[in-house]
Design a protein around this ligand. Structure first.
Ligand code: NAG
Ligand code: NAG
Ligand code: NAG
Ligand code: NAG
Ligand code: NAG
Ligand code: NAG
Ligand code: NAG
Ligand code: NAG
Ligand code: NAG
Ligand code: NAG
Length: 826
């Protein structure tokens, strides 16, 4: 309710702000009208607005469409993206000869809808509330009788209802193409298209030629390489395939969500949802996952790094070809040599200066290596490269010598513990060696005997000595509250330099270690921590005070420089996923039930019992550890807060685990403890089945287990058939039913219908009864067997009303699980 009034308040502000320029706002342009200057076209319900815009101080003006109800100006379509006009007052958007046209100040045609048409019929341009501008013979037309529509010519944004199609007759795909950079809507280098070869998969291409990502083909339900679609019930995807064209289109299940796909300037396809609470676009999904997987993202002689910001850096001895583009996040032009190679200046100079090589390790090597067969030794490899002026680098490994001529593309700096890292020897101009100013760090390594180098070396030694002193004095192991503050070096020793990796989670990798007192620990190396030292210590000490038998105990932490580590008790039995999903160890039913109860108790403690309510945000089997008595312990709590209050950041960190994420993560409302309840529910289903919810069932059918289980219980079917087949039916049927009912309650779409973790504990303990849950809409999306569920047979026209029925049943039943206390209290 609060949210509603706030929203209407926001709308009022919005409208009052926009009233003046919008006095002249139209919803249609008819033959005798035109749009100039600050005049805009507004859709009927005010969702979208269309008019001239520019970015920054630029005098380039475009006809664009943007969300009218969103505070952050976001353009979803640009008509003349490659042909800006310079004077928006003298230019006009008008109807001419049955077309919508843009004329510049000299009345030249800049852009047109290019229909060959009859001027005898009057034509109207209508801006629809879907973000589609159409040409039609009627002023009140809809998209179905459009002569032309912008949805057929998208720019970089794919809106709900739009389509990215393939014309099967011309074999021409319709591209979704990125902007050139964040300030320039011109056609960029990255495009999404439907594969012209008819594989029914989407591809992302660089410069419309080089493919670097594919969705995999459509199997009727999902794209094969985008399995996370299975747990997507925000979007309703449809594939159309007829003799003339094939395309996908999607719609949103809820009208209250504002969401879009965009082919981003980063070369990634992104799915973003507007978060009213933070007034920001929340990144929910993007592919390819890694920035460095985008082809040639950093351009020639650029090096890509997933961790650093910005992701691109020029190699040593190179500088951005266009600094202004570089600053705008457009790295495509790459880097150029700062100084010419000696061999380009004069091959045999009198001072004997020679080009040399800089050793760069932990790299993914550039493309198009040329093997040099005759060079059998690394010295020969070096001299081969040195002898040809067009050679820019060489590498030497067990398969022999490789050299690169000309541009180096797709070079990636890997992290130090990445075993795929190789070493590249980069050619540097002889003059680089005298120029110690420009390349401090690297020069040291090569200079060797040079005088300047010795001075720098001395300074370096001094810095090291000072640093070391500081460390010795400041970082001696100390106790802070109940927590031990470890020195980094001690943890390095305890973990044998982080050699035994136990696992990698969303927040960083975990390593096994042994302290001098021979107690075994698990050390988590946190990544992407943005917090400063003081704030980190505060948050950590809060986590340290949270102690419960079903929560993993934090023993200490380390915070030195930019290093942030957490030290936990080691759990010998590993995490729940290994017990559930691997064949070797099978947990019997009693143990599973106790694990369900233990986790619920741990989460209840986090949510209700400790001083500040802690929302875990990442409940999943990987984060449930099992001790030697098979008592479950929830791990990784409190980390969401450490990464920052910006939940979109958290979400980005947890991209891989969407199957457990509650719908409110994208719908833009505040996240509450009920998001954990949802994830817990998803996990309960997996406890019963012993397999991932998203995996196909034993008979090979792709059946979303939660849907199947909820339906079976709903219809009084054979629940034993749901049980992990490895248990041979050895389980208490009543307990299975109870667990599935709880699970179905926990995954209700509306968080107010979900029980609290405290109630879950009581239901599991038998103190509270549980009613038959309605089947959440999120699960309906996965129903394969339409005959089975009469209640939800789904034709588009009736879909909405049925959803409403199920929701209202849900709320009345939600009350009943809370009020009906059973007589069997302990
Ligand atoms: C424009 O033309 C429409 C019909 O085509 C007419 O109803 C309207 O009055 C005209 N408006 C002006 C300003 O001439
Ligand atoms: C735009 O112009 C103003 C005033 O001339 C200047 O302060 C500002 O830095 C400019 N912004 C950009 C993005 O160029
Ligand atoms: C219209 O046709 C012209 C000339 O063939 C072409 O340059 C322009 O891109 C076309 N415009 C659109 C919107 O297709
Ligand atoms: C205009 O319409 C007439 C009949 O309605 C048709 O014969 C003619 O081809 C059309 N002209 C164009 C350019 O489409
Ligand atoms: C559109 O307007 C015409 C008259 O201008 C009317 O006959 C028709 O019913 C209207 N259609 C819709 C869908 O409102
Ligand atoms: C389509 O198939 C042809 C021939 O099999 C192949 O050369 C081409 O690269 C394919 N195109 C794409 C975009 O996959
Ligand atoms: C993209 O391809 C076109 C021709 O297909 C070529 O002229 C252009 O240079 C390419 N762009 C880049 C950045 O390589
Ligand atoms: C394909 O295009 C032809 C000619 O434009 C048209 O007659 C036919 O109805 C179209 N088929 C479909 C399935 O849309
Ligand atoms: C260097 O390599 C290029 C490309 O293979 C070759 O064309 C050129 O002749 C070579 N130059 C010398 C001096 O060997
Ligand atoms: C050696 O490097 C080349 C060039 O990058 C690469 O193709 C090859 O796979 C590498 N060989 C081994 C054994 O790593």
């Amino acid at each position: 309710m609060k949210k509603k009034s706030w929203l209407s308040c926001f709308l009022i502000i919005c409208f009052s702000l926009h009233t003046y320029p919008s006095l002249s706002a139209l919803t249609t342009i008819s033959s005798n009208q035109s749009l100039s200057g600050d005049q805009t076209l507004v859709s009927k319900d005010g969702n979208f607005e269309l008019g001239f815009f520019n970015k920054g101080n630029s005098s380039k003006y475009y006809i664009g469409m943007w969300y009218k109800k969103i505070s952050l100006k976001t353009y979803v379509w640009v008509a003349n993206r490659d042909d800006p006009v310079s004077d928006k007052s003298a230019s006009k958007l008008a109807i001419s000869d049955g077309n919508l046209v843009l004329l510049d100040q000299s009345k030249n045609l800049v852009w047109s809808t290019n229909l060959s048409s009859n001027s005898s019929n009057s034509v109207f341009a209508v801006l629809l509330d879907t973000g589609n501008i159409i040409l039609s013979n009627r002023p009140n037309a809809s998209a179905s009788d459009a002569l032309w529509q912008s949805f057929d010519f998208p720019s970089d944004t794919w809106l709900p209802g739009g389509k990215i199609k393939l014309d099967k007759i011309t074999k021409k795909p319709q591209y979704l193409t990125s902007w050139k950079n964040s300030e320039d809507p011109a056609t960029g280098l990255f495009s999404l298209e439907l594969d012209p070869n008819g594989t029914n998969s989407y591809l992302i291409l660089w410069n419309k030629t080089q493919q670097y990502w594919t969705s995999g083909s459509w199997n009727g339900q999902i794209f094969s390489l985008v399995p996370e679609m299975r747990s997507n019930y925000i979007y309703n995807f449809n594939f159309e395939n007829n003799a003339n064209e094939s395309y996908f289109t999607y719609s949103l299940y809820s009208n209250s969500i504002i969401s879009r796909f965009v082919m981003d300037v980063s070369g990634q396809i992104k799915q973003l949802t507007w978060l009213e609470s933070t007034q920001q676009w929340n990144l929910f999904w993007s592919q390819p996952r890694g920035q460095c997987q985008v082809y040639a993202f950093c351009g020639a002689f650029g090096s890509c790094n997933e961790i650093s910001k910005p992701s691109c850096n020029c190699l040593n001895g190179y500088e951005p070809k266009s600094q202004s583009d570089w600053d705008l996040g457009d790295y495509s032009k790459g880097c150029v040599k700062t100084n010419k190679f000696q061999c380009e200046v004069s091959p045999n100079p009198s001072n004997g200066a020679k080009d040399r090589f800089l050793t760069k390790s932990n790299l993914a090597l550039p493309e198009q290596a040329q093997p040099v067969v005759e060079a059998g030794l690394s010295e020969q490899c070096e001299s081969t490269c040195l002898s040809n002026c067009s050679c820019t680098a060489y590498a030497y490994n067990s398969s022999g010598c490789f050299i690169w001529r000309g541009e180096l593309l797709n070079l990636q700096q890997l992290s130090q513990d990445d075993s795929n890292g190789q070493t590249l020897f980069l050619k540097l101009a002889a003059s680089e060696f005298h120029d110690s100013k420009s390349n401090k760090g690297t020069t040291i390594g090569i200079v060797g005997g040079a005088v300047g180098g010795i001075v720098i070396l001395l300074v370096l030694v001094l810095i090291l000595v000072i640093r070391r002193r500081k460390r010795l004095s400041g970082a001696r192991t100390s106790v802070e509250g109940s927590l031990i503050a470890f020195a980094y070096r001690d943890l390095q020793n305890a973990t044998k330099n982080f050699s035994e990796k136990l696992g990698g989670g969303g927040f960083g990798s975990v390593f096994k270690g042994i302290l001098p007192d021979s107690s075994v620990i698990a050390v988590k190396k946190l990544e992407s921590i943005s917090q400063g030292e003081k704030q980190f210590r505060t948050e950590v000490s809060t986590i340290g005070t949270v102690q419960h038998v079903n929560l993993v105990r934090l023993r200490g932490f380390c915070s030195e420089g930019d290093k942030r580590l957490l030290v936990y008790d080691y759990m010998p039995n590993g995490s729940l996923d290994s017990h559930l999903f691997q064949n070797s160890k099978v947990l019997d039913w009693k143990v599973r039930f106790q694990i369900a109860l233990g986790i619920a108790r741990g989460l209840t403690y986090l949510h209700e019992k400790c001083r500040d309510c802690i929302i875990h945000c990442d409940v999943k089997p990987e984060n449930i550890l099992i001790d030697s008595e098979f008592c479950p312990k929830v791990a990784d709590f409190g980390l969401a807060k450490l990464v920052g209050r910006d939940f979109s950041r958290v979400l980005t960190t947890m991209r891989g685990t969407r199957g457990y994420l509650a719908p409110e993560w994208i719908s833009g409302v505040a996240i509450t403890a009920k998001a954990d309840v949802y994830s817990y529910g998803m996990m309960l289903f997996e406890l019963v089945s012993g397999r991932r919810n998203s995996d196909p069932s034993g008979d090979g059918q792709i059946r979303f287990f939660p849907t199947w289980a909820a339906n079976t219980v709903h219809q009084g079917g054979n629940v034993i058939s749901l049980l992990d087949s490895r248990l041979d039916g050895n389980a208490d049927v009543e307990e299975i039913i109870r667990i599935i009912k709880i699970a179905a309650w926990c995954v209700q779409d509306d968080e107010t219908h979900r029980p609290s973790m405290g109630q879950v504990v009581q239901i599991l303990e038998g103190v509270l009864d549980v009613a038959l849950p309605p089947i959440p809409r999120s699960l309906q999306a996965f129903i394969d067997d339409h005959e089975e569920i009469v209640f939800f047979t789904d034709s588009n026209s009736t879909h909405n009303s049925q959803v409403k029925t199920s929701v209202s049943t849900a709320s009345s039943q939600a009350k009943s699980i809370i009020s009906s206390t059973s007589t069997t209290s302990p």
